[in-house]
Design a protein around this ligand. Structure first.
Ligand code: GDP
Length: 715
């Protein structure tokens, strides 16, 4: 059944599956990925997460924490009904602090398996990842895992899926037995059964549905047919007319509905006990799209889907307006999207990319259309779970890694220089929290710099800078856990122990009123003097709109060559606002008038003048502090709702909703990050460990006046 094969045996894109496994943390994503690699023949020893042997988790700290941070792509092969399929498995992280990583993987996936814990059903992060998959139009199979566990319930889990995620989910399998008796799987499409005969799941007896489950299987097949009939007129006609529907017909109809996101098949398993994984691989091949079938979407500036494409991928021409498309064919010019940069200790920097059109050959060149540079492609590697393979070329539909790209980052498009395209890029949020760090041993300072440079190249939401006043190294990221993990990587991978300062919120400054200012720089000190004179307005812009420079100088009041220097001076000033030295955002600088001196003016005097003037102008425009607001969700048993709501409101939380989640309640709120440090342990204490908290950056909002004074140390 499972076979190992080489790249050349699966050539037709029809048999490619680019898939990811997404889940709430602890649902069993790592165990499932690892089992997939075992059964596809690439790994010959079963490793279990608690033994620290999972193949996809390359890094120690991930194993210890049992969460996956890296997003590695692994290629495997699988045989179904005599046909070989090539499965590129893209590993995704399971913690909400790393949603940027989940999103970038979803961008390049054609389909996903969503793993649920069969004892819990839908959990808060299952909803988060489900919605992210929705945004990228990724067809999904729901895998109810851990059915061997005490208290596991396939039907309860299924109910939570249709209640909370999508009522178009429908089982295509049923478990035979449950908990320690879970020993087989009924296939509702073929109406046959698989019985496990050994622990490793290698001996499977194929046969009839057990007599005591026949009625139940008929009942659920009926529900499956109804669901498929809802999405497919042909099946509807046959079903209503009482005609037989062949396995091939039913599969084809399910496949069509899944690809259109009109049906979400639900399957059963227990990855740890080696049950259900082979059937899952079959379902991936039967029902998830190939690159050719995938419905690609284009988002508008507001992040809404504004067009869909099949057989071609949308993008923009860097030299022209409007959307262009590229056919997913080897014959087209090359275009690919880099979705992950990883630094490998043995081969150096790896750029994981998906090829959308054309092909790329090792030793050739690519054009990075996002930044406009040409890069040499050294080696091209195909990554397997336990080894890498050098390949001569990679073609449309496939995923591989390039060694040797220098200036290419996550989200960049690489393409043929003569036929340029920019594929929809991946947008990452700015970091919202920082720590100061210093090495425990002074001699580690240089090593720290090198290690941090590698970490930033791998993760676009992780930043490093040096505080100019204190000379401290400041690391920034998307949450406390995100940064804790980086500190851990420094220790384990690079052997650098660091002291960590208190977490700092990434405040911003902006203005709330428009104002005019004239700045005159005039110095006469013996020899050459300095002269610059600028009049400008500062105007507030919408939140998130950024900085805008408008030049309205008429009649050469300031010579053209000095204007860019004014812009530069303002941008430089904006790095530290007048209130607390935080970056200034969302303003327009509008230059209206000025004067110059034939001898004493130059670009430097105008830049200096802009720097001085900007600080003064800001003070006239009612400056305020902005703080990151977080979307908080806490799932708790009913009796703790009052305690948690009270906690949130005493931390400046704004309640947003209360939803039933199975037997639990989910409280949602918005709260300032500044108030939420340590919230995980606070909530744990308040609820005897029953709370499931979640937090994600939402937006920037004005800090209330009284609090602003505290932050600025005025009170
Ligand atoms: P991830 O956080 O989603 O990657 O989940 P892991 O694969 O790390 O699994 C979390 C925990 O659940 C580990 O202790 C696994 O051994 C355990 N686990 C995973 N799959 C199963 C299963 O099918 N049955 C049982 N009983 N435990 C499982």
């Amino acid at each position: 059944m499972a076979t190992t094969t080489d790249y050349s045996t699966v050539k037709d894109q029809k048999y490619y599956r680019n898939i990811g496994i997404i889940a709430h943390i602890d649902a069993g994503k790592t165990t499932t990925s690892e089992r997939i690699l075992f059964y596809t023949g690439k790994k010959h020893k079963l490793g279990e997460v608690h033994e620290g042997e999972a193949t996809m988790d390359f890094m120690d700290q991930e194993r210890e924490r049992g969460i996956t941070i890296q997003s590695a792509a692994t290629t495997a092969f699988w045989d179904v009904d005599g046909q070989k399929y090539r499965i590129n498995l893209i590993d995704t992280p399971g913690h909400v602090d790393f949603t940027a990583e989940v999103e970038r993987s979803l961008r390049v996936l054609d389909g996903a398996v969503v793993v649920f814990d069969g004892k819990q059903g839908v959990e808060p992060q299952s909803s988060t990842v489900w919605l992210q998959a929705e945004k990228y139009n990724v067809p999904r199979i729901c895998y109810v895992n851990k059915l061997d566990g005490i208290g596991a319930d396939f039907f309860m889990s299924y109910d939570t899926i249709i209640d909370q995620l999508n009522d178009k989910a429908v089982p295509i399998q049923l478990p035979i037995g449950i908990e320690s008796d879970f020993n087989g799987i009924i296939d509702l499409v073929t109406m046959t059964a698989d019985f496990y005969k050994d622990e490793k799941g290698l001996q499977i007896e194929h046969g009839d549905i057990p007599a005591d489950l026949k009625a139940k299987a008929e009942e659920w097949r009926g529900k499956l047919l109804e669901a498929v009939a809802d999405a497919d007129d042909n099946i509807a006609e046959k079903y209503l007319g009482g005609e037989d529907i062949s396995v091939e017909e039913l599969r084809a109809a399910i496949r069509k509905a899944v690809i259109a996101n009109k049906l979400f098949p639900v399957i059963a398993g227990a990855s740890l006990r080696n049950r259900g994984v082979q059937q899952m691989l079959n379902a991936i091949c039967h029902y998830l799209p190939s690159p050719h079938d995938k419905i690609f979407v284009n988002h508008n500036d507001a992040g809404e889907v504004d067009a869909t494409y099949v057989g071609e991928v949308p993008g923009t021409d860097p030299r022209a307006e409007g959307v262009i498309t590229r056919k997913l064919s080897e014959e087209e010019p090359f275009a690919g999207l880099v979705f992950k940069i990883a630094v490998d200790p043995h081969v150096g920097t790896l750029a994981f990319f998906r090829v959308y059109s054309g092909k790329l050959t090792a030793g050739s060149y690519v054009y990075n259309s996002t930044v406009g540079t040409k890069e040499r492609v050294g080696r091209i590697l195909m990554m397997h779970a336990d080894h890498r393979e050098d390949i001569a070329e990679v073609k449309a539909g496939d995923i591989a890694a390039i060694v040797g790209l220098k200036g290419t980052q996550t989200g960049h498009t690489i393409c043929d220089e003569g036929k340029q395209i920019i594929l929809e890029s991946i947008k990452f949020p700015e970091p919202v929290v920082s720590f100061a760090i210093e090495p425990k041993t002074k001699s580690d300072q240089d090593k720290l710099g090198t290690a941090l440079a590698k970490l930033t190249s791998e993760d676009p939401t992780f930043r490093v800078k040096t505080d100019e006043e204190t000379a401290q190294t400041i690391i920034s990221g998307m949450g406390e856990l995100h940064l804790d993990i980086k500190v851990d990587i420094l220790k384990r991978t690079y052997g650098i122990e660091v002291n960590v300062g208190k977490p700092q919120v990434a405040y911003r400054e902006t203005i709330t009123a428009a104002g005019e200012h004239r700045e005159l720089l005039k110095k006469q000190t013996g020899g050459a003097g300095q002269f610059a004179d600028i009049t400008f307005n500062l105007e507030p812009r919408e939140r998130g709109a950024g900085y805008e420079f408008v030049n309205d100088i008429k009649g050469g009041a300031i010579p053209k060559e000095y204007i860019p220097a004014i812009d530069k001076g303002i941008v430089e000033s904006m790095t530290a606002g007048p209130l607390g030295g935080f970056p200034v955002v969302d303003i327009t600088a509008h230059i209206t008038d000025g004067s110059y001196h034939d001898v004493d003016s130059n670009t430097d005097t105008f830049k200096m003048c802009a720097i001085y003037g900007f600080k003064e102008a800001m003070k006239k425009c009612k400056p305020v502090l902005l703080e990151p607001m977080m979307k908080v969700s806490v799932t708790v048993p009913e009796e703790f709702v009052g305690a948690v709501t009270g906690y949130l409101s005493s931390h400046r939380g704004i309640p947003k909703g209360l939803t039933q989640r199975g037997k639990m309640k989910e409280i949602t709120a918005e709260a300032p990050l500044a108030e939420m440090f340590g919230y995980v342990s606070d909530l744990r204490n308040l609820t005897s460990g029953k709370a499931i908290p979640n937090m994600q950056f939402s937006h920037y909002a004005e800090v209330p006046g009284g609090i602003m004074k505290q932050v600025l140390g005025e009170e």
